[in-house]
Write a protein that binds this ligand. Structure first.
Ligand SMILES: [Zn+2]
Length: 351
């Protein structure tokens, strides 16, 4: 446990649900984990005891990635953990592959509705049917405009044309829309939707005041900072400011809330964690400003400043998006100026 994590509470201590089993974390709320084939090697999913249209059963929150192992783990859960009751709906916090991957399979398997924000539903539909989302020529051009011109990296990014669809081959064709402030009745308890921006197009966290539980999705994680990236589809975006504004709004929820994050362990200390994340990004902003005061910098220049270690290509593409996000927050606030060089690369210097 690192120094910052020690400021948080872990009421379940080291307990983890084994693959294919669940652990009750609050009345009617069960925690399960699925493996992921990344450095971030697991995702937390949730089962909520529910009643819909007079039928007893369960709501699923988030799905896991599309592969045989995850489908097999779900079948084990269905056989052993549902008390013979059906799944009634599939709620997805946001469109990323680890959350959305098996939504199509789960909704078909149980003939139930997907519940998700409209922005994430439509973005997932497009990304799943496109051949170039999160890779390909467009991404390569965007990365080059921020200084990632290494030929090997460029070639690999151009070749990565099936990234999202490989993990989310299909998206349900219909859905029920979640909006900020919507209140879902789950087993007679009110769960309020909290929209969050900057990580995904329109991420939904779910809060139940009666249980004192927040399903935070990827917006607030206990150990790692949430990925906040500029992507080529919206190359002048300012996601870090959107993200920081979103998590600051979560401080309106009680500090003793049990936070159920998508990665890591359930924790208490929501306000503390939000303050830690704000401080983390403030430190990164200071480092970027200091570097840009010495000489104009592009996003690739700043990878070492921001991440302080050598990154592989997969990490580099994520890190580039984050580096641009820090630059944009400062540029769009008027603290840096942006210039386009004759080499086609954007560089940022002190305003
Ligand atoms: Zn995510």
């Amino acid at each position: 446990m690192n120094e910052l994590e020690q400021q948080l509470g872990y009421p379940l201590a080291d307990a983890l649900p084994a693959l294919g089993t669940t652990l009750t974390v609050a009345p009617g709320v069960r925690w399960l984990r699925m493996d992921l084939p990344f450095q971030l090697n697991h995702i937390n999913l949730w089962l909520l005891r529910d009643v819909q249209d007079g039928v007893q059963g369960w709501s699923i929150v988030d799905c896991g990635i599309t592969n045989d192992a995850t489908r097999a783990a779900w079948e084990q859960i269905f056989a052993n953990e549902l008390q013979g009751l059906p799944v009634l709906r599939v709620i997805v916090t946001h469109m990323h592959p680890d959350h959305m991957g098996l939504a199509h399979w789960l909704t078909e398997r149980w003939k139930v509705r997907l519940w998700i924000s409209a922005t994430d539903f439509n973005t997932a539909r497009l990304a799943s049917s496109a051949t170039t989302s999160f890779g390909g020529e467009g991404t390569a051009r965007f990365m080059a405009s921020h200084g990632l011109i290494d030929p090997e990296a460029q070639a690999k990014i151009k070749a990565r044309t099936n990234y999202y669809a490989s993990m989310v081959p299909q998206v349900p064709t219909s859905y029920r829309r979640l909006l900020d402030g919507d209140v879902l009745s789950i087993d007679g308890k009110a769960w309020r939707c909290h929209a969050g921006y900057g990580h995904a197009p329109e991420h939904m966290s779910l809060h139940c005041a009666e249980l004192g539980v927040l399903i935070s999705g990827d917006m607030v994680l206990p150990r790692i900072s949430t990925n906040v990236s500029v992507h080529e589809v919206e190359p002048e975006s300012n996601p870090l400011v959107l993200y920081l504004d979103s998590i600051k709004r979560m401080k309106a929820l009680p500090e003793d809330t049990l936070v159920l994050p998508s990665h890591g362990r359930p924790f208490t200390g929501l306000h503390t964690r939000v303050e830690q994340l704000v401080a983390h990004h403030d430190e990164r902003f200071a480092e970027v400003l200091a570097a840009c005061a010495v000489a104009p910098q592009h996003a690739a220049d700043l990878l070492m400043v921001l991440f302080k270690r050598k990154l592989d290509l997969h990490q580099t593409t994520f890190a580039m998006g984050e580096s641009v996000a820090h630059l944009h927050a400062l540029w769009l606030a008027g603290r840096l100026v942006r210039q386009l060089g004759k080499d086609g690369i954007y560089r940022f210097s002190a305003a």
